[in-house]
Design a protein around this ligand. Structure first.
Ligand code: NZQ
Ligand code: ZN
Length: 387
């Protein structure tokens, strides 16, 4: 196992009805920016619960943070906070609202072009940030318990990641009842996003961190076990709770400790959202299987382990099991109603591989992945294979 340090300061408040605990978890006398998305919280009772819990505070609302949140929208919130001297942000939503609030947290006290916080990685150096907490409404990204974010500059169709230890939420409320109002499409997205997060910290090469592998396999098996049921019955409290906690555990930093990781599925897939507006999880389902196929030689041992332990596959050889494991993964995504080819989502895809190639080159992403092999050429080949 490689050396590591681990510090995750986010307090998790899990349970049905626990939104009421906002009152005692937000620092007293805070002036709050209550940030949310396009309004789902107003039709499912979450808004009422939040407003009741923070009624003793001075609150300014900021609505309209869109999926794949836009820099342009978030800057409006930054200006409101600056004008009103707001000192705490409450993000109520899915990954987009939470990531958006991480950016807002970074930008308020930054002097300069705020996009540099993302593009030039300056968010990591920003010392003065605005603290924030979250009420998660969509289990998927793990953003509620990690310190990264992804935002989009709409004017240039750029979707970029940023982060730093100062962007952990102070707390996150995980009430599994929020799942009840999620459309099937978003539940399926959440399962596939969480699944892929685990795979990126697991599907590399064999190492000696036994526990990390077993935890990863446990999360994958849980998602496979509960996936079909939660799609059919989001009111099932047992399934909802396990889904929510699996998604949080998939990307809260625990799985990557001391092991090789390969985030290239996400880095390629973000370009498909940036260029074609496809839901985040669906871009992963398009890219991941072909990335595994292209990097089969490097990943075959781990693919076979995954096939045997997670899917109970048997076969003549390790190679056969590894190949079957990729097919099982594709079948699983498709069983949730998620298409796995770019052409299923857009007709206008023919330039995509070349643009991805050029963007990788421009950003000097020459060697992503556990063996630093995924550069512009391989990224292009993987996207072409995904048409
Ligand atoms: O905006 P509203 O009206 O709230 O509707 C949202 C949105 O349309 C809706 N929704 C959320 N909770 C709901 C609900 N509808 C009914 N009932 C509820 N309880 O769902 C839609 C999608 O929401 P969004 O927040 O965009 O989805 P998700 O949580 O999948 O977040 C995706 C974003 O997170 C980034 C993605 O790239 C993407 O931008 N990611 C962030 C990560 C991180 N910070 O660690 C890691 C991930 O890999 C991912 O990249
Ligand atoms: Zn993701």
């Amino acid at each position: 196992m490689n050396a590591f340090e681990f510090n995750n300061p986010t307090k998790i408040i899990y349970g049905k009805g626990e939104i009421k605990k906002l009152e005692t978890n937000i620092p007293p006398q805070s002036k709050i920016l209550l940030a949310y998305g396009g309004g789902s919280i107003k039709s499912n009772g979450i808004y009422e619960q939040v407003v009741a819990a923070i009624s003793d505070f001075k609150v300014t609302e900021f609505a309209g943070i869109e999926p794949n949140p836009h820099f342009e929208t978030l800057m409006k919130a930054v200006n409101i906070i600056r004008e009103k001297n707001i000192d705490f942000i409450l993000a109520v939503g899915g990954g987009s609202v939470i990531d958006g609030c991480k950016f807002i947290s970074a930008a308020v006290h930054y002097q300069g072009d705020e996009w540099d916080l993302v593009e030039k990685g300056l968010a990591r150096k920003q010392e003065k940030v605005v603290p924030f907490g979250t009420v998660l409404t969509l289990p998927a990204t793990g953003s509620e318990m990690n310190s990264g974010g992804v935002i989009t500059k709409a004017s240039t169709q750029q979707k970029r990641t940023f982060g730093g230890p100062q962007y952990f939420p102070v707390f996150s409320v995980l009430d599994p009842a929020v799942i009840q109002s999620l459309p099937k499409r978003q539940i399926a997205n959440g399962i596939v996003d969480a699944f892929t997060h685990v795979m990126e910290q697991y599907l590399t090469y064999k190492h000696d961190a036994i526990l990390q592998d077993r935890i990863s396999e446990g999360i994958l098996q849980t998602l496979i076990e509960i996936g079909p049921g939660i799609m059919e019955n989001p009111k099932d409290e047992k399934l909802a709770g396990n889904f929510m906690w699996s998604a949080t555990m998939a990307l809260n930093g625990l799985l990557r400790l001391g092991v090789p990781t390969d985030w290239s599925t996400h880095m390629i897939a973000h370009e498909l959202t940036a260029l074609h507006g496809i839901d985040h999880a669906r871009t992963l389902a398009i890219i991941a299987p072909n990335l595994y196929r292209k990097l089969f030689e490097d990943k075959k041992e781990k693919l076979a382990q995954y096939g045997k332990r997670v899917w109970n596959l048997k076969g003549e050889s390790e190679i056969e099991i590894a190949e079957k494991a990729i097919e099982k993964t594709v079948d699983f995504f498709e069983s949730l109603g998620i298409d796995t080819r770019l052409s299923d989502y857009t007709e206008d895809y023919s330039d995509t591989a070349q643009i991805v190639h050029d963007r990788f080159k421009e950003r000097k992403w020459l060697g992503l992945g556990e063996r630093q092999k995924v550069g512009p050429e391989l990224a292009k080949a993987i996207v072409e294979m995904s048409y």
